[in-house]
Design a protein around this ligand. Structure first.
Ligand SMILES: C=C(OP(=O)(O)O)C(=O)O
Length: 292
């Protein structure tokens, strides 16, 4: 029996409803009011969790990119100034923590450096996400594993060997692996959803999907192929300013996504061929032979 992992008491794995994560990421554009609207939308859609990103800009922005000027909704600023502008601090995360608790929705973050893990750990999240970009960052991995929390590992832009190495650093009882392709938006031809069953056969842990495509059909296909976790970016409006907005899903789309995931889960059944009682009258009416 494949492993089940509890995230904040909610079992995740085969045989359980897919754990749906609305990735807020940086789509709040540094504004807690927008973050709260996104949390509202995720809760209304029936998502299990919202997710944020946390970085220490001076550790995550390479020196050669720091002074590059950038047009932003707040005027022209350096890339470093922009990174600080969109980064939530203690007060904002405390407000988000309270808000999510009120709404009854879990929250956690991908932490892109060690001090960010220590920062988020103060809020006692139910798990951590390791972004695809961090998959080869052994020091960050070990630091995150040391929290003892489950880890959701995304595998975009990674080779199977890199994934195997990252998995070797984890406690297998607390690991979920997400298939992903790291392009924004991702073309259907590069989603390679058949990797999901390959990961399921290879690793003894729940396998999920982190999608950056346009539309919902392919995410639903990922669930059909057995994804136990689904993560999509959420936005108030795909036309909003910000690099992830266009590859995100708006609130009405998120509601349809969760609704349709639940329909697919109900429809997948157990694979045992049977005649349903509800079929018997039709069988009696339509079969010429075999109705004795
Ligand atoms: C970028 C992230 O995730 P993914 O690699 O799944 O897109 C993230 O969680 O911060």
């Amino acid at each position: 029996m494949p492993r089940t992992i509890a995230i904040g008491g909610r079992p995740v794995g085969e045989g359980h409803p897919a754990y749906v994560i609305a990735e807020i990421g940086l789509n709040h554009n540094g504004d807690v009011k927008i973050a709260k609207q996104l949390i509202d939308a995720a809760a209304l859609a029936g998502c299990d969790a919202v997710k944020f990103q946390k970085r220490t800009p001076e550790l995550c922005v390479p020196p050669e990119q720091r002074d590059i000027l950038r047009e932003t909704p707040w005027g022209v600023m350096t890339y470093m100034e922009y990174r600080y502008r969109v980064e939530f601090g203690e007060d904002q995360f405390a407000e988000i923590d309270r808000y999510c608790k009120d709404k009854g929705i879990a929250w956690f973050a991908s932490c892109w450096d060690e001090p960010s893990v220590d920062f988020i750990e103060r809020f006692d999240p139910p798990c951590y996400k390791m972004a695809s970009a961090s998959l080869t960052d052994d020091a960050l991995f070990k630091h995150t594993v040391a929290t003892g929390k489950p880890i959701i590992l995304s595998t975009g832009m990674s080779t199977m060997e890199e994934i195997e190495h990252a998995v070797s650093l984890c406690n297998p009882e607390k690991l979920i692996i997400l298939h992903a392709t790291s392009t924004y938006p991702c073309k259907p031809e590069e989603l390679n959803l058949r990797v999901i069953p390959v990961l399921k056969a290879k690793f003894d842990c729940p396998i999920g999907y982190s999608g950056h495509e346009v539309g919902l059909q392919t995410t639903l296909a990922a669930v059909t192929l057995g994804a136990c976790v689904v993560e999509r970016h959420i936005t108030l409006d795909r036309a909003m300013w910000g690099s992830d907005q266009a590859a995100s899903v708006e609130p009405s789309g998120f509601s349809r996504l969760v609704r349709d995931i639940r329909v697919i889960e109900a429809a997948m059944g157990d694979g045992i061929k049977r005649v349903y009682d509800s079929e018997l009258p039709i069988r009696k009416k339509l079969r010429r032979v075999g109705n004795a």
